[in-house]
Every structure is written in structure tokens, then in C-alpha cells.
Design a protein around this ligand. Sequence first.
Ligand SMILES: Cc1cc2nc3c(=O)[nH]c(=O)nc-3n(C[C@H](O)[C@H](O)[C@H](O)COP(=O)(O)OP(=O)(O)OC[C@H]3O[C@@H](n4cnc5c(N)ncnc54)[C@H](O)[C@@H]3O)c2cc1C
Length: 590
Amino acid sequence: MTTTAIETVPRGGEWLLEAAPQETIFTPERMTEEHRLIQQTAQEFTNEVAGHTEQLETKDWDLTRELLRRAGELGLLATDVPEAYGGLALDKASAAVIAGCLGQCGSFSATYGAHANLAILPIRMFGTDEQKQRYLPSLVTGETVGAYCLSEAGSGSDALGAKARAARQADGSFVLNGEKMWITNGGFADLYIVFAKVDGEHFTAFIVERGFDGVSTGKEEHKMGLHGSSTTPVVLQDVRVPADNLLGEVGKGHKVAFNVLNYGRFKLGASTVGGARGAIGESARYAASRRQFGQPIASFGAVKHKIGGMVARTYALESMVFRTVGLIDGTLEGVDPGDGGAILRALEEYAVESSILKVAGSETLHDVLDENVQIHGGNGFVRDYPAERHYRDSRVNRIFEGTNEINRLLIPGMLVKRAVKGDLALIPAAKKLQDELLAPSGAAAAPDGPLEAAAAAVGMFRKVGLAVIGLAMQTYGQKLSEQQEVLSFAADIVIDTYAADSAVARARAAAASGATGADLQADAAASYVDGAAMRIEATARSAFAAMAEGDELRTRLAGLRRLLKVTPANDVRLRRRLSDAAVERGAYPL
Ligand SMILES: Cc1cc2nc3c(=O)[nH]c(=O)nc-3n(C[C@H](O)[C@H](O)[C@H](O)COP(=O)(O)OP(=O)(O)OC[C@H]3O[C@@H](n4cnc5c(N)ncnc54)[C@H](O)[C@@H]3O)c2cc1C
């Protein structure tokens, strides 16, 4: 299936240097008929799962397994698997669309993600042909269920600090000992991807079956949310694992772990779009029906401002998710679906974008769900309405798949690494910007219309991002990784830039094609850019203040003011229009 007609696919992070050609940007509007059919199937299945919410919340794992089998029957577990192993080998856009639908059901989405992303993917990408033949067909049908065992009580973010051990035996097998923590699907999975250190040293991945002697699971954790998802310790006591179940190479477990997490982050971003879209519908319908002071609360400006803001942020997130999927699929265009190496390279190429989606997705969803509770008032705080459950369920998104702090450090860290390796022309771009800032500025022509103004603003965001990263590299050199606060500031600017750029590009494409709803898309993009301009200015000020002082700081701040000469949009009007459209449709309006 062809996602895009991208001739030359932009490389990871290039959007930070210059605007990408419009035709290289995939948008939801460019989905193929096949994507839409998959979306319809996934949405119908999601509705079926949602109908079982109460039962799933009681930890009915038989029902969970039945639903996974049903997902298997519908092909929803097969997207990433080649046909030779029972899969459908669909593009990543299809996978993102499915994740988006299931994202509306927090607990089942976690179950699905652990199975389809974290268990299937490692075998699909790193398994031998024999391992793929043995395990993938039944994982794809949902007959067997998988889980991913990386974390331990003492090593979460510091995953390579694992204590689990694998002792090499004379016959080539391994004996595993250790305890893994917080394992999604732990309580009922049949198969575990386990990470342990061979001879106490070499971090390595293994495929461990539940039936192997010495495998047991602990009690279900009492969690804040995701009550319908199993989370348990997995205990390994003298578990003999045959040599055939070594996954990848001894000492290369980090490759398995991190590449799988790259994909997991991208998919998590995709799933949060579904959760946010669903919550906007809930808020819109509630605001239309709930009356106070003789009017629907949807008529109050304060409520409109919230719903409009929820729509604008979700639109930007959705635009980033589809753009990223287009980049990944564009890179994989024409590649043999059996070529696991090509998939690994594509995921690595867009690892920065995947981390951005993880952070932006989890935080957008969190904020949208927070406002959803607020719009529901007292009803948002009680269990009769789903707003309360969504809010609890989403909190963990900022913690797993690499915490948002870790991902924030990775974003500029990976950009700098690419720059130093010469894969991204960030250093010359930052130098050129320095010269531009020192040269006298001419009067810029006023942009022609709100979308052009938004595009011009994004151009400024890019420059601010480059200025902050450039100064950080210059100031700290090799020791930049020790400056977590500055790295996090840079990440925030980069995230807002990618989101704003993706939203504006999509809205411009809609305007150029005269698509229905193009006006609303323009409102959403302009509203997002307006908020981003304020956030970026504040964040850049903090970053510069951390790196410079006295006259140098004053000069930098003057440069920042020159760069960010963005006239504020009338965000009140923009958000009112977005909110009115959502309330009229009783759903996310774009
Ligand atoms: C519901 C749920 C399901 C899960 N499912 C799975 C699963 O299926 N498989 C699995 O392997 N794991 C799973 N996990 C574990 C999850 O991946 C970890 O909780 C996560 O990686 C964070 O690790 P930690 O809890 O040890 O926190 P820590 O690493 O101790 O972090 C605590 C805080 O310190 C910060 N921090 C840590 N290191 C740094 C640093 N270097 N710089 C700056 N800040 C830092 C973190 O960002 C965080 O805010 C799950 C967790 C939960 C809650």
C-alpha cells in the first residue's frame, strides 16, 4: 500500500533546518481508501471493546484474551508482520490508524501495545527465521499473548542496569534468574521477551515461554489507572532457556530494547490522538447538554476557550503523527517487507520524531483529559462518567516507554549527535543564523493572510530552536549531556516547532485543495502557533539566561525579540469557532 508519493524523503530532523516541500508531508486527508477501511474496522472493534469496559476493569483476563483473538481475526495484530509468518505486512500508516482507534480504550490499548508492539516487534525484527515461524503466526492471531520484560525494581530508566542474569551452559542453553517489574500482560501472557545479562555482563534478549520451568508471575499491581490491564512482576528462577530462544546476539540486547522502544514511542503518540479525539467528543456533547444559569455551558466563553484549545492541540498532534508515519513509510517504500534491517534503519532515522510524539502525545492527551474532567464539573470527578477513568488511565503515558524526562533529553541529544556525525546540517545552519542575528535587519514584508503569518512564525521558531541548540553546543561542548535543564528547554522548543510546522503545513494543504473544513483547519493551526509563540519565547529566555549573563545575555534576548516578532492572533475568536464546530458535531471537528 502506498502512503505517499514522496520522491525524496526528508531525513530525520531536517524540518528543524528548513520548511519541507508540501508534497513530502503526509496528512490524514491523504489516507488511501485502504487506510480508511482499516480505520473503519478498527473503530468498530474499538466500539466493541468499549462496550466491555466495566467487565474489563474487573480484570477479566479471559475476556481480554478473547478480545485479542478477535483483534487477530480482524487482522489488527498483523500489520507489522510479513505474510510468510501469517501477517499482512501493511504500512505504518495502517498501524498508526489502528493504534489511534484503540487509544480510546486506555486499558485495552495498553494490552494491545504490549502484545503488538513490544512482543511481536522484537521477534519480527531480530528473530531467526525459525523463531519467526515458531512464534509469530499464533501471536498474530492472538492465540498466544506476549509481554515485554525490561524493567526491574532497581532499573527502569536505567534499563541497562538490569540485575537479571543468564548463565551460559555447556550445551549452549542459558539459565535465567531475576525479577522483572511492572510487566504489562504479565498475569496472563504466554510468552515473554526477557532481558538479562549473560555472565553478569552482556545485556541480551531472550524469548521465554510461560511454560518453561521456573517462570512465575507475582500479584497484580494496585494501579492508579489502567485497571483493565494486567501489570505484574515476572519471576525467573533457574529458568533453562534453550539456545534457540536467544533473541538477536549475546551482548546486543540494547539494540532490541531501544529499537522496539522507538517504535513503541511512535505508536504511543498515535494512540494518544485517538484518546484526545474521543475526549473532545465527550466534552462537546456534555457541554451541549449541561445547562447552568439557564444556558448550555457550551455557550460560555470560558468553556469554549477550553474546548477550542483541546481541538487545536489535538490537531497539531495528529498532524505530527501522520507526518512522521509518512516519513517512515516513505523511507520503506519499495523495500521488501521481510527486510527487518530496513525497518530498523527507518525507525532509527526518525527516532527524534518518535520521541517527540511520545512526549507531545502523552502531554497533550493528559491536558485534554484534564480539561475534559473540568468541563464535566462534579460529574468529571465521579465514576458515573468516563472522564474520570480516562484521566487516571492516561497518567502512565508520561512514565512508560521511556519517561518524558528521558525522552526530552534524547530529543536534542540525538539531534546534536546527528549534527556531529554530519547526518544533519545543524552546525552550519546555526552559524548562518548567528551571522543573520548580527546583521542589521531589513523590514520584512507582511505575510499574506493568517496561514502565511503562521508559516512565517514557524520559520522564526526554527531559528530560535537552532539558536538555543547552537549556543548550547558552543557553551558546553562535550559536556552538553550534563546540562539537563538546557536540553529539556531545547526539547520543548523543538517539540513545539515540529507540532506547529506540521499543523500549518497540513492546514495549508487543505486550503490549497479547497477541502471542506479547511477554514477550521486554518483556525486550529493558527491557534496552536499563537500558543507556541508564547511558550517558545518564555522557554528560550530561560535557556539563554542559563547560558549567558550581562551584556551577552541582553544581546541574545534582543536577538530573540527580533526573531519572535510574531503578532498575536485573536485566539479567543479562533478557539470559539473550533469549540462551536465541535459542539455542533458532538465530536472532534477536523
Ligand atoms: C502501568 C505500567 C506498565 C508498565 N509496563 C511495562 C512493561 O510492559 N515492560 C517493562 O519492561 N516495563 C514496564 N513498565 C515500567 C516502566 O517502563 C518504568 O516504570 C519506566 O521506565 C520508569 O522507570 P522507573 O519506574 O524505574 O522510574 P525511574 O527510572 O526511577 O525514574 C524516576 C524519576 O526520575 C527520572 N529520571 C530517571 N533517570 C533520570 C535521568 N538520567 N535524568 C533525568 N531524570 C531521570 C524519571 O524521569 C522519573 O521522573 C510499566 C510501568 C507501569 C507503571
